[in-house]
Design a protein. Structure first.
Lengths: 514, 318
């Protein structure tokens, strides 16, 4: 990642011609106004950053451009003509290509089938299509095997398929919603090159990201949204640094993360001894992992995504069987115990997949809030709905969750609010151990600060915290001890006050000795 | 056991296979688009009775066959309307089609029960091939519907795997939102697949009333629609495996009425002591075995079932 203002900011090759112009867009969902007065002007041959906190309306705005949502008010201009997109097909026809956060791919189909889906020739001449897709991929330096089924691909490869889909349709505007949230640093760098080669060929890219350094190194121009309104549209990012951008986004300088003050740690509350487990595909994912977490300390787990972190979290939560080793939770042997038993023994678990594992998307805010502690809200055999609602309201207030209605499906909430509610729910009942997997991934500045301060507060309250994160700065700032995982093993144990980013990076890459 | 008896058994096997293959192929097309239609039994009944009546009225079995396909399509149209367009539960809607279709077919067929079948399909031997020993009478001296089923199977395979339409159809059965996002109409694709499925089921019903039974009675379908539904699972949602499965299921169906006449002993087991009722459950037993095999394999790779099967789709949900 480069420093703001360095040579990585190459000037856009555009002639200043406006390709996309969104004017005064308003979009309202039940109980939430996502956009109200959002503007976006994108020029040919530029990479345009769309910035804003979670819930600022970025995704809603690009979904309006992509024909996913019909705007309640406002105008869409593409290539100087006003357009009305009634469906994604309309937007595709106008040259808008979308890469959503959740990929729109069919796992059982092959890469080339996914690429041509929707604009395939009437008869599929496989050899010819594969050749054309390969040629397109090579033109934009996208490494991919067109005949593999998508379910076998890594996340980074799937993203390339999405980009190929847009290129196949000859999209001259490519919209990427948080493209690097799921990528390794090397994949993110390769993506940057691909996007630049698109801009050099006169196409435009709309780039949604929270990673400000990345925006500064990749993008030419920016639009900043706050609460659904466009608040800034810098024509050039030269001379702008990340605190300027952060300030535009939140309206004030972002607070730095608090480094926890020294405090004595207590007894071991979580102990993993020689734990091994298999991945979803039945391959070894964890080998003989030893980890102990003491009360009142934060143990950070670093590692490039896919090195066993998810399996580790699931193993501790009791969602994945172990093949060897033992586990103790607050002095209780829990190897092989059910998730419920572990929860009762004092485990709080914030899974990586918030909306899916952590929360039930179509159930209401209240139902999701009480699902862990509803047993205390009984009136004889029945649930006492009033005390459920009261409990939910207290949770919302204490953790600053913004919701429309209590009984709407929880999937209507933004990422930051989902995470606040999930963390809050897990922290009721005074847990002894908190396992948090990627708790701040994809959150905005305010959301990250809220989640991090909660984690620090739990430490102060004597909870043993296992923090699994891909954000190295977060780990270095919060952890009392740092463990680096590589290929399912503990590759290094470090003191975050001593270790440098380079040392941790080397361990993450598997090049350091444990 | 005589050679004639064996050939007779295998001729009947091909015909029963054709029956469940036609209906199963239609169900496969619908399910590949993501719509489970449990109304096959009802659609077959509707096709069987109307096809029979139309053939009597016009004296031409092909007209009866075409009418049966159209009526099957219309019956499936109810399922398309309720479950695809209105987004109601596919299971409930499909069961309603079966129950309603069986009842309605019995109602309109009250007078047809006593009719004698003159206008039925006859065997059509293929010159040059029907004289081959064994294979000739079994494969090439059959009613034209048998040949048609083979052609339709190849056509369905070609459309599903080698055309834009087939790609869209397979995609919409896996993920409707993805297919929608690239500009295909989910409603159009799924409704069409359900309608085509209905036409196939109706035609299968007509094959029963215009050839195999050569008549109409209430209860004529006798669970063959459900066998077609099971066959789609057994065939892992692929036309080729569906064909293989239909021969196997067809064999058990053909064996059922004959088994007690066979004077044959296998490993000391007198075949004629096997209960026909037990044979009747064999297709379902085999389907359960396949389901278990699929779920074991699913640990390593995606299930062959369309991922969006039974899931209704509505846009602009978040």
């Amino acid at each position: 990642m480069s420093v703001p203002g360095d040579a990585a900011v190459s000037p856009g090759t555009g002639d200043g011609r406006v390709v996309v112009d969104l004017r005064g867009i308003r979009k309202e969902f039940p109980g939430v106004v996502a956009c109200d007065g959002a503007n976006l002007t994108v020029r040919a041959g530029t990479i345009h950053a769309l910035l804003g906190e979670n819930g600022a309306g970025k995704t809603s705005l690009v979904n309006v451009l992509g024909g996913v949502y019909l705007p309640d008010a406002g105008e869409i201009w593409v290539h100087g003509a006003q357009r009305q997109f009634h469906s994604p097909a309309d937007a595709i026809a106008a040259g808008i290509g979308m890469v959503h956060q959740e990929f729109r791919l069919v796992p059982t189909l092959t890469v080339f089938e996914n690429v041509v889906l929707g604009s395939a020739p009437r008869y599929l001449d496989m050899g010819q299509i594969i050749e054309r897709v390969s040629h397109l991929a090579a033109t934009y330096s996208l490494q991919i095997d067109p005949s593999r089924p998508v379910w076998q691909l890594s996340v980074g490869e799937r993203q390339r398929v999405e980009i190929l889909k847009a290129l196949w349709r000859d999209a001259d505007v490519l919209v990427l919603d948080e493209p690097t949230a799921v990528l390794t640093p090397a994949e993110a760098a390769a993506l940057g090159l691909t996007l630049r080669s698109m801009a050099d060929r006169g196409r435009s890219v709309i780039y949604i990201s929270h990673k400000l350094d990345e925006v500064l190194s990749v993008c030419d121009e920016a639009t900043v949204l706050r609460n659904g309104v466009t608040v800034a549209q810098p024509r050039s990012l030269v001379g702008i640094d990340r605190s300027d951008l952060a300030e535009m986004m939140v309206g004030e300088a972002a607070a730095a993360i608090q480094r926890p003050t020294d405090q004595p740690s207590g007894d071991v509350v979580l102990e993993l001894a020689g734990i091994s487990a298999l991945s979803d595909r039945g391959l070894p994912a964890l080998h003989a992992v030893d980890i102990d977490v003491r009360a009142g300390e934060i143990v950070g787990i670093a590692g490039v995504s896919g090195n066993g972190q998810r399996e580790l979290a699931e193993t501790i939560a009791g969602l994945r069987p172990t093949t060897a080793g033992t586990m103790q939770l607050a002095g209780v042997e829990v190897t092989g115990a059910s998730p419920r038993a572990r929860s009762r023994a004092g485990l709080a678990y914030v899974p990586e997949d918030r909306l899916g594992v952590g929360l039930a998307p179509t159930m209401s805010v209240v139902d999701n809030a009480v699902v862990r502690s509803y047993r205390s809200m009984r009136r004889r055999m029945m649930l006492d709905l009033q005390s459920c609602e009261d409990f939910c309201r207290r949770l919302i207030e204490r953790f600053g969750v913004q919701v429309g209605r209590l009984h709407e499906p929880i999937s209507a909430l933004s990422g930051g609010n989902l995470q606040r509610l999930l963390l809050g729910r897990e922290l009721t009942g005074e847990p002894k151990v908190l396992v948090a997997a990627q708790p701040t991934r994809g959150l905005d500045v305010a959301g990250i600060a809220a989640i991090q301060s909660q984690i620090v507060a739990q430490r102060a309250a004597g909870v043993g915290v296992l923090l699994i994160s891909e954000d190295l700065d977060e780990l270095l700032a919060l952890s009392d001890r740092l463990i680096v995982m590589y290929e399912g093993q503990v590759a290094a144990r470090m003191d975050p006050t001593q270790a440098t980013r380079a040392e941790v990076g080397a361990a993450m890459a598997g090049t350091a000795t444990a | 056991m005589s050679e004639d008896a064996v050939i007779g058994l295998l001729v009947a096997t091909v015909q029963f296979a054709t029956l469940v293959y036609l209906a199963g192929l239609g169900e496969l097309i619908a399910e590949r688009s993501g719509v489970l239609n449990l109304g096959v039994e009802g659609m077959m009944a509707m096709g069987a009775v109307t096809g029979f009546m139309a053939a009597i009225a016009t004296g031409r079995p092909w007209i009866g066959f075409a009418v049966a396909a159209l009526v099957g399509m219309a019956t499936a149209g109810v399922h398309a309307l309720v479950s695809v367009i209105m987004g109601a539960g596919q299971v409930v809607s499909g069961l309603a089609i079966t129950i309603g279709g069986l009842g309605f077919a019995a109602f309109i067929g009250q007078d047809a029960v006593r009719e004698r079948a003159d206008a039925v399909f006859t065997d059509q031997s293929i010159v040059g091939l029907s004289d081959i020993p064994w294979a000739g009478p079994i494969l090439f001296d059959q009613p034209p519907v048998v040949y048609l089923a083979g052609i339709l199977g190849i056509a369905a395979w070609f459309v599903l795997t080698r055309t834009r339409l087939g790609l869209a159809l397979r995609a919409v059965g896996e993920s409707a939102s993805t297919t929608d996002s690239v500009g295909h109409s989910v409603t159009m694709l799924r409704s069409s697949a359900v309608l085509v499925g209905g036409a196939f089921a109706g035609a299968a019903g007509a094959f029963l009333s215009l050839y195999m039974a050569a008549g109409w009675t209430e209860g004529l379908i006798a669970g063959r629609g459900w066998i077609a539904v099971a066959l789609v699972i057994f065939g892992a949602w692929r036309p080729g495996r569906l064909a293989a499965g239909s021969l196997l299921f067809g064999f058990t169906l053909a064996l059922q009425p004959r088994v007690q006449t066979f004077d044959l002993s296998i490993f000391g087991l007198e075949v004629n002591t096997i209960s026909p009722a037990l044979l009747g459950i064999l297709p379902f037993l085999l389907t359960v075995v396949v389901l278990i095999a699929i779920s074991f394999r699913a640990r390593h790779r995606p299930s062959p079932a369309p991922a969006a099967l039974t899931l209704p789709y509505r846009r602009e949900e978040r």
